[in-house]
Design a protein around this ligand. Structure first.
Ligand code: SF4
Length: 200
């Protein structure tokens, strides 16, 4: 709707509005503005600690900023309460896809895996183990399997060094350098089935 209001009429209306406001104050509503201001919440990111990181979901590797309370330097536990895209990150320029936008729920999920677990042969449940035990166990099992199943030569007698009985799944939230080192180590063992978590 397009309403045409002359300058004179506009000033009349403005004057009427000012008079009405004055009348409202006269009726005891002068505190309204102060009461509204008192109920405005503080900016929730004020005094938060900002930590830059990378979204863990896929290989796009968008930059994120995590906001937390709690001073780690004083021995307090950091509690992440807000995550948003990093506007200065060259990959995503502050944007996040729906998965990245839900990262806060991922961080606080009750089903999130926080420590290594193992389900031993014949068992129907997972047991928690230490990181040291997990690494030792992985190394032991990999070594034994490689010793047993490495194919050093193909049928024509050509050296191939294929290890096809163990697979390796790498993470996407790594730097180029980490990815390069991971690739070199895994391929040097002869592992054929090598993929990235981003494709799962
Ligand atoms: S899941 Fe979405 S937000 Fe996370 S890295 Fe991939 S594209 Fe970016």
């Amino acid at each position: 709707m397009n309403i045409q209001v002359s300058r004179r009429r506009f000033l009349q209306l403005a004057g009427a509005g000012a008079a009405a406001t004055t009348s409202i104050a006269a009726f005891g509503h002068g505190e309204a503005e102060a009461q509204v201001a008192a109920r405005v919440r503080n900016f929730k990111l004020a005094r938060a600690t900002e930590t830059r990181n990378t979204c863990t979901y896929c290989s796009v590797a968008c930059g994120i900023i995590m906001y937390s309370r709690g001073d780690v330097k004083k021995g307090e536990t950091a509690e992440i309460f807000h995550i948003e895209g990093d506007a200065e990150h060259p990959t995503n320029r502050g944007t996040l896809c729906p998965k990245g936008a839900a990262l806060l729920d991922y961080v606080h999920s009750k089903t999130r895996t926080l420590y290594p677990q193992v389900r031993k042969p014949g068992s129907d449940k997972f047991e928690r183990i230490s990181w040291g035990d997990a690494l030792d166990r992985i190394a032991r099992l990999m070594k034994d399997d490689r010793d047993k199943n490495l194919i050093e030569r193909n049928e024509a007698g050509v050296t191939v060094n294929r290890w096809a009985s163990t697979g390796f799944l790498a993470a996407s939230a790594t730097t180029n350098e980490t990815a390069w080192a991971t690739y070199k180590v895994v391929r040097s063992t002869g592992i054929v089935a090598f993929d990235n978590q981003a494709r799962v």
